[in-house]
Unconditional design. Structure first.
Length: 409
């Protein structure tokens, strides 16, 4: 294969994965805008709706290692296509649910499994197995940026659809839009190349999982990612409620979510560049520590639209930019053969944290009338996540020194 053809293949795989993630993550990360309309229409209560979304956070994470294992075994194409279909069906059925149980089963389980099957673990795993080592870091950043761009695009679209069609019509419209991702799954259907697939003569997937959980660095990575999930789910679910408590219009919330997505595009690309030059554990520690500082600054600042936009820009830069360095650490520790599964398991820890972030936020507003203690917990956990990443075992980045031509010696 020529260099030009190889380059086209790299970008085809990378951009197809990024575009698919744009749809699945963009739709998923916009669901917080539907909490108040669903509550108003059904009368189920904020706590019940928040619980359904908390279950969705957990199920999205639980789907990742399962989808990753299926992709590792059968290839990613079918897994991604099935995920898109489940996402569309679940989104379309949500407006028909009038009970808490129905909302949990459709929004919390079906939709979440669909978006999880078409998300990070399968997409980054598929790309890593098909790309040369030197391209993986940047590719994971570009793929991650696709998810962030989806949030930037879908949040204002969802808000506009809610205003124009009502929340039911908005969800039905989003279900149709999500089907546009189906052709992208076809582009990623090809199996991994034999050289990439045969990374190690191991005892199979079960042995790989057992060995990974015996590794202290892998355990610490899970602990930090748990906090990341808590932080993101709390904000994406309850930022509209926080904005409302401050007496600001709903557009402030939708534009804040959009700004988070926009700035995370830059953050994701930067993360992809950084992991090729610096140890990923230091990148992660810096990202988590910056969140703690930003949360404290927000609590001290006046609650104006500008404050929310600045908070969104600051947090957005590291929002899901933690994904490339986390995936990089997993790949360095265990190779790419089972990356989709092992990285999927870290995403499960991420989403266990997300479950608590979404659910406890609903309990806080119901019982205390505000989110103050959630903000405190968020800042403390962010600082803890920064610290637990530092002892992770990770080799230094090898610097390649260009050879000096003989004539110049």
């Amino acid at each position: 294969m020529s260099d030009a053809a190889a380059s086209r293949t790299v970008w085809t795989i990378t951009l197809a994965a990024a575009a698919l993630l744009m749809v699945t993550m963009g739709l998923r990360q916009s669901m917080g805008l539907f909490v108040a309309p669903i509550n108003t229409s059904t009368g189920l209560g904020i706590a019940t709706v928040s619980f359904a979304m908390a279950v969705a956070q957990f199920m999205w994470g639980a789907a990742q290692p399962v989808a990753g294992a299926l992709a590792d075994r059968y290839g990613p194409g079918r897994v991604l296509a099935a995920g898109v279909l489940l996402l569309a069906i679940g989104t379309a059925l949500t407006p028909l649910m009038s009970s808490g149980l129905g909302l949990v089963l459709v929004m919390g389980v079906l939709t979440a499994i669909g978006s999880g099957a078409g998300s990070f673990s399968v997409l980054i795993g598929a790309a890593a197995q098909r790309l040369p080592v030197e391209r993986r870091g940047l590719a994971s950043g570009v793929i991650n940026a696709g998810g962030s761009f989806g949030q930037f695009v879908f949040a204002p679209i969802a808000q506009r659809l809610i205003a124009g069609l009502g929340w039911m019509g908005a969800l039905w419209s989003l279900a149709v839009i999500s089907l546009a991702a189906l052709p992208l799954a076809w582009l990623l259907r090809r199996p991994a190349a034999p050289a990439q697939a045969a990374h190690a003569a191991d005892g199979g997937l079960r042995a790989a999982v057992k060995d990974s959980f015996a590794d202290r660095s892998y355990q610490l990575l899970h602990a930090g990612f748990f906090t990341c999930g808590f932080h993101i789910a709390f904000l994406v679910t309850h930022l509209p409620g926080e904005v409302d408590l401050c007496g600001l219009p709903p557009t402030v919330a939708s534009w804040s979510l959009a700004i988070i997505g926009l700035t995370n595009i830059a953050g994701s690309l930067a993360a992809g560049w950084w992991v090729q030059r610096y140890r990923s554990k230091y990148v992660l520690a810096w990202m988590y520590a910056s969140r703690a500082v930003l949360i404290v600054a927000y609590l001290l600042a006046p609650k104006t639209p500008l404050t929310f936009y600045l908070l969104a820009a600051g947090l957005g830069f590291t929002w899901l930019a933690t994904v490339p360095p986390t995936a990089a650490v997993v790949g360095k520790l265990f190779g790419t053969r089972y990356l989709a599964t092992l990285f999927g398991l870290t995403l499960l820890s991420h989403q266990i944290g997300a479950f608590f972030g979404a659910w406890l936020g609903g309990l806080a507003i119901t019982r205390q009338g505000d989110y103050l203690w959630m903000w405190y917990a968020d800042a403390v956990l962010a600082l803890a996540a920064a610290l637990v990443n530092l002892p992770i075992r990770e080799a230094k980045i090898e610097r390649v020194v260009p050879a000096v031509p003989r004539a110049a010696r």
